[in-house]
Design a protein around this ligand. Structure first.
Ligand code: SAH
Length: 249
């Protein structure tokens, strides 16, 4: 398949830097016998580099039928190409201890990440490429989003490296960055949908004070003043507020 046929709608920006690809594989730290899932295999640059490790199995989830056909040209008995949508793919169907990796399509990167978090019980570690601003927010810097809090509830997030546009074909208009996410030991959150609703409700109308969003007794019990706004809350405060709300409901 020619590079001229790359589709913007699928967010196809092919990583062409051998150095960055090598670094991503290194960060994934693949051990003998591990099962790896790549999201958005594209033309297979990263796929081929992953197969140079001693992984036991590599699943590639790719949405574009044409890319699926290209990827099927790679001959390796450990490789399994899956035509599917990573925004809703049931990852736990593939294994119970999966390492995930992907140069994600930027237009749907957040939705794919949300799906990964929903499957955190079978994904202990992942290396993911996002648009740089998104990566910074996910890490907890600057303008934090509900998804950043959602992610950091279940995973330790590290900003690994910035990746300039010139390392992609075609070069995207924005800069990129790689993050690693490592699952935390335990969490008080049991019902993810319920927790998501709690976070998105708090993040709606950001300017509003928390006193207008949560019962005064809940805020008081956690020691959060009513005049504060959502962006001032620490991860610990989000979790305490959530727990207290459940307790007092
Ligand atoms: N990993 C390749 C390609 C990255 S571009 C590389 O680094 O060179 C992003 C890839 O994700 C494209 O191949 C695109 O077709 C695929 N993609 C887009 N939306 C997807 C989705 N919802 N689920 C799975 N793959 C998707």
């Amino acid at each position: 398949m020619g590079k001229g046929m790359l589709k913007k709608s699928f967010g196809q920006h092919i990583l062409v830097s051998r150095g960055v690809i090598t670094k991503i594989v290194e960060l994934l730290d693949i051990r003998k016998g591990e099962e790896v899932v790549e999201i958005g295999g594209g033309t297979g640059n990263l796929t081929k580099a992953l197969l140079e490790s001693n992984l036991k199995r590599l699943y590639v989830i790719e949405l574009d039928r044409e890319m699926v056909d290209t990827l099927k040209g790679i001959r390796d008995s450990r490789l399994k190409i899956l035509h599917g949508d990573a925004r809703k793919f049931n990852l736990c169907e593939l294994g119970s201890e999966l390492k995930l990796v992907g140069n994600l399509p930027y237009n749907v990167g957040s939705l794919i990440l949300e799906n990964i978090i929903h499957h955190h019980r079978c994904v202990p570690y992942a290396i993911l490429m996002f648009q740089k601003e998104v990566a910074q927010r996910l890490e907890g810097k600057g303008d934090v989003s509900w998804l950043s809090v959602f992610l950091r509830t279940f995973y330790e997030v590290s900003y690994e490296m910035s990746v300039p546009s010139r390392f992609f074909r075609p070069p995207p208009r924005v800069q990129s960055a790689v993050i690693s996410i490592r699952r935390k030991g335990t969490t008080v959150v049991k019902n993810l949908e319920d927790y998501k609703t709690f976070l998105t409700t708090l993040f709606a109308n950001r300017r509003k004070k928390l006193g207008n969003k949560l019962p005064p007794e809940v805020l008081k019990a956690v020691g959060v003043e009513e005049g504060r706004r959502v962006e001032s809350l620490s991860l610990e405060e989000f979790l305490k507020l959530y727990e207290m709300l459940k307790l007092m409901a």
